[in-house]
Design a binder for this molecule. Structure first.
Ligand code: PCA
Length: 196
């Protein structure tokens, strides 16, 4: 199962929504279920959970835009905190608030981070493991998913990858970006690493 987001803040488009449309129906015989989630703190996980309960995926790869990043960045850790620098798509702007009160401080990604890093490096696709998924909707989704899998005792593979701006979108003149087809190639490689 692959998730992406649409527009948010001042970003008129989001490469992760485009990726959902471009990814194939299956990779190495494994069907991909692609889901666009709302950029809303209190809704993104509920929407995803319905699909997870219905399809019981072996792996969940969540994608989001990290404006200004200079590489495809698999995230190492989801933390139990939300602190938004701008409102989400329905105007919520939580500050210094746990995502789930009383739940663990953090969960580590279950993605094969080093394998993904190596695979992308081999193809000269900019890649770097990130130690923070931020404190906005992406980290919020990532945390909810990891906590859910932990609570239900699921051993599904799951994790989050942030991608940079795509060349094909409006962005600050000096901002780093990659061609969308290059980001797509990197994400397909990451999916292959998960399957392997
Ligand atoms: N990136 C934002 C939310 C949606 C997206 O694509 C984030 O990093 O939290």
């Amino acid at each position: 199962m692959i998730t992406g987001f649409g527009r948010f803040m001042n970003h008129e488009s989001n490469p992760t929504k485009e990726l959902l449309g471009l990814l194939p129906k299956s990779i190495h015989g494994h069907p991909l279920i692609k889901i666009e989630l709302p950029v809303i703190f209190d809704e993104c996980f509920d929407v995803l959970l319905e699909h997870v309960n219905k399809h019981k995926p072996d792996a969940i790869l969540m994608l989001g835009l990290a404006a200004g990043r200079r590489a495809i960045t698999p995230e190492r850790v989801a933390i139990n905190l939300k602190d938004a620098s701008a409102p989400d798509n329905v105007g919520n702007q939580p500050h210094d608030t746990p995502i789930i009160a009383g739940a663990p401080d953090a969960y580590f990604s279950r993605l094969p981070l080093r394998r993904i890093e190596q695979r992308l490096q081999d193809k000269n696709i900019p890649v770097a493991i990130s130690n923070s998924a931020g404190l906005y909707v992406c980290n919020n989704l990532f945390y909810h998913v990891m906590h859910h899998l932990d609570q239900v005792g699921s051993n599904a593979v799951a994790g989050f990858i942030h991608v940079p701006y795509m060349d094909e979108q409006d962005k600050p003149a000096d901002a780093f970006s990659l061609p969308l087809d290059r980001i797509l190639e990197g994400i397909i490689d990451a999916i292959k690493c998960v399957i392997e």
